[in-house]
Design a protein around this ligand. Structure first.
Ligand code: SF4
Length: 240
């Protein structure tokens, strides 16, 4: 049986707009890098190294420097502005982490599990074992948005990753968290394993739509990261 691969990013692109999915995953074109996306990449690389070997602040900042992604910036000044912003985020992160007595079990952990005709794959930012033995799933977020306190309550990303930890590593997630690097704080929810069956149903439904390539709707082109590149963009049509 040949398995069709799905992951959170693919599903997210598909849910936003099937043509965004087509652009990224069928035509294999990539939205151009922006300062926030490049900063996010640099921070995730540095935090991966922190997770593999809890370092002191100096070590974390060296990892950041060595992990720096310099594409996506129009001027050296803009790049320096973002570099300093990222360094401040890591300093705040390190100070907040200093008193955390959890053990990091995994950083940037790749997973795969089979669900129906689908191979569900992805990479989890971090998994901690707390002092009381419970498991915490953590995703780093680098955006400035206030939306995360609502988003965490119904995050598909956390649902998929909690399911993956159960299915691929037999770990029961008790708490799921977003580490908000821009505001220097972590928010968490108690994770309810009853969400697993809903998540599985949702993945099977959306995976089936992706596989069948049902291009019967469009997303909001005004909010789309590829509105200037997409041949189906409503914005381009209005301008022509
Ligand atoms: S520009 Fe519009 S049609 Fe194209 S991918 Fe984005 S939302 Fe979809």
């Amino acid at each position: 049986m040949s398995l069709f691969e799905i992951n959170y990013s693919k599903i997210n692109a598909w849910l936003f707009c099937p043509y965004l999915y087509q652009f990224s995953y069928i035509e294999k074109k990539y939205p151009p890098r922006t300062p926030p996306s490049s900063l996010g990449t640099s921070l995730h690389r540095a935090l991966r190294r922190y997770g593999e070997n809890k370092t002191d602040l100096e070590g974390l900042l060296i990892a950041y420097e060595e992990s720096w992604e310099n594409s996506g910036y129009d001027t050296p000044q803009l790049m320096m502005e973002y570099y300093r912003k990222g360094a401040r985020m890591l300093e705040d992160f390190w100070l907040a982490e200093r008193d955390n007595d959890s053990r990091i079990l995994a950083a940037e952990k790749d997973f795969e599990f089979i669900l129906g005709d689908f191979a569900v794959r992805g990479t989890i930012d971090r998994v901690d074992k707390r002092k009381d033995g419970t498991i915490e799933l953590i995703e780093y977020k680098t955006g400035e948005s206030e939306k995360y306190s609502e988003e965490i309550k119904k995050s598909l990303q956390l649902d998929i990753y909690a399911l993956a930890l159960k299915r691929a590593m037999n770990l029961e997630v008790s708490a799921a968290s977003f580490w908000l690097l821009a505001s220097g704080r972590k928010i968490e929810i108690k994770y309810d394993p009853l969400r697993f069956s809903e998540t599985e149903k949702f993945l099977l439904k959306v995976g089936g739509e992706i596989k069948a390539q049902e291009y019967s709707r469009k997303g909001d082109c005004n909010l789309c990261q590829i509105s200037g590149l997409c041949k189906f963009s409503e914005i381009k049509k209005e301008k022509n």
